[in-house]
Ligand binder design. Sequence first.
Ligand SMILES: Nc1ncnc2c1ncn2[C@@H]1O[C@H](COP(=O)(O)OP(=O)(O)O)[C@@H](O)[C@H]1O
Ligand SMILES: O=C(CO)[C@@H](O)[C@H](O)COP(=O)(O)O
Length: 499
Amino acid sequence: MKYVIGVDLGTSAVKVLLINQNGRVCLEVSRSYPLIQEKAGYSEQNPEHWVEKTEEALTELVQQFDDDVEKIEGISYSGQMHGLVLLNRDKNVLRNAILWNDTRTTRQCEKMNEWVGNKKLLDITKNPALEGFTLPKMLWVKEYEPEIYQQADVFLLPKDYLRFRMTNTIHMDYSDAAGTLLLNVGDKEWSQDICEQVGVHKSLCPPLIESHECVGRLTEAFAQRTGLSKKTKVFAGGADNACGAIGSGIISTGKTMCSMGTSGVLLSYEESKTLDFEGKVHYFNHAKKNAYYTMGVTLAAGYSLTWFKDTFAADEDFASLLRDMDQVPIGANGLLFTPYIAGERTPHADANIRGSFIGVSSHHERKHFVRSVLEGITFSLAESVEIFRDNGKKVDTIVSIGGGAKNEVWLQMQADIFDAEIVKLSSEQGPGMGAGMLAAYGAGWYSSLEECTDVFLEVANRYYPQRENVKKYQKLFRLYKQVYNQTQELNEGLQAFRM
Ligand SMILES: Nc1ncnc2c1ncn2[C@@H]1O[C@H](COP(=O)(O)OP(=O)(O)O)[C@@H](O)[C@H]1O
Ligand SMILES: O=C(CO)[C@@H](O)[C@H](O)COP(=O)(O)O
C-alpha cells in the first residue's frame, strides 16, 4: 500500500492526514495554536508555532504509523490564505504573520484605490482592495514599520513558509498568490504594473508554481526529527479554499462548496477567467491547473461559535454545547444573531461593523443563544448563495466541509437555509484531503485530478431541505438582512470605545 500526507495549516490548528492509495484517511493528528490579538482588528500568529506544531503532529503521525515510512510517497499543503510572512536576506522571519482576518488596513486599501484605481485592480487581480488580502498588509508594514520593511527580501504566505522550513525551497502556488492582490490572475504572473503603482519591489515576490508540482524533498534534518523519509516528495499545495474545493470534488462547472472553518466560505467552480462579478465575490485561480473559482466569505463563521463557547462555556466541548440544538425551535424564540464579531467581507466589506443579538428576552436560555449563533452564521453565507443565484448560477447541491460539518443539526440547517441539498463526505477535512489529492496526482498515481476524485471522495450522507423549515427561514432571512444597515451607524459610534 502507498500513502500520501495532506497538511492543512488552518487558522485554529494544523491538521495532518495520512491517506492511503484507496483514498481512505488512515490517521489524523491535529495541533492547535493561538491567535495573537493585541488591539481591536489585529490578528497575528507566530510562524514558528506553525512549524513547531506541524513537526509535533507529523512526529505523532509517524509514531502511530505501522508500515514503512518510505511508502509515504508525497506530502502537500493547504494553507489559510492571505497571511503576510516577511523574510530577510538570511530567510529569517522579520515579524509575526499578519493574518487574513486582521482588518487594520482600511487606510491602505483606500490608498490602493487612489493609486491603482478600483477598475484597474479588478481588471488585473479580479478582486477589489480588501483589508484581509496580502498587499494592504505589506503597505501597512511599509508605512508603520519601515525599519522592518527595509529588511524584507521576500514575502510568503503561511503554508509557503511552512514548506520552506520543511524543504529549504521558496515558492508560492497560483491559487494562494491570487489572494495577494499582486498577481495578474488571468496571465498568471506577478503584476509589474501594480507593484510600480503601489511602490512595492517585484523582487519581493517569490517564484510561482502549480499546486501539483514537486518542489523537492524533505530536508535531512526535518525528516530526522519527524521520522519521515527524506525520499518523500513534496508538492506545492494550495490555498485552503482551493484545496477544500479539490477535496470536495469542486473541479467542474456547476459545483458548489460550503466551508465552515474559522471563516465561512461559499465557493463555486469557474472555468473562465473573463466573468465579471464586479468584485462582489472573490475570484481566484484554482489549485487545478488553469481553472478558477469564485467565493463569498464570512469572516467569523466557526470563529463566532468558538468565541461563544470560549466566553460562555469554556469547560465544554462543541458536542456538549450543541447537544440540545434540535430541541430549540427555528428562530431561537425570536433571537437573531449577526456574526460580524471581527468585521465582515461578503456581502458587506466592512471592517468596522460588529455583531448583534437582536430580540433578547428574559425567556431566552443559553441554548437559544447557541442556536441563533448557528443560524446567524448560516444566514451570512446564505447572502453569498443569493449573490450566486442572482448572477444566474444554479445552486441546488452543496458539499459541506470544515469543522462545522461535524454537526448533523447544523448540516440540516444549511439545507433549510440555503434551500439546497447538502452533501457530507466521509471526511469533513476537505482542505487536508485536497492537499493529499494534489500529492497523489503530483506523484503520478492518477492521470488527472478527476480520476483521483473518483477514488478518494465518498459521500457519507445527504440532507434535504424541508419545505416547512425553508419557508420559516425565508421569513427570518428577510429580517436578518436588515440588521446590517440598521446597526452600521451604531457601530461607528461605538468604535471610539473599542480597545
Ligand atoms: N463538533 C463540532 N460541531 C460544530 N462545529 C465545530 C465542531 N468542532 C469544531 N467546530 C467549528 O469548526 C471550526 C474549526 O474548523 P476548521 O475547519 O478546523 O477550521 P480552520 O481550518 O480555520 O482551523 C471552529 O471554529 C468551530 O467553531
Ligand atoms: O480569508 C479567507 C479566504 O479569503 C479565509 O477563508 C482563510 O483562507 C482562512 O480559512 P480557514 O482557516 O477558516 O479555513
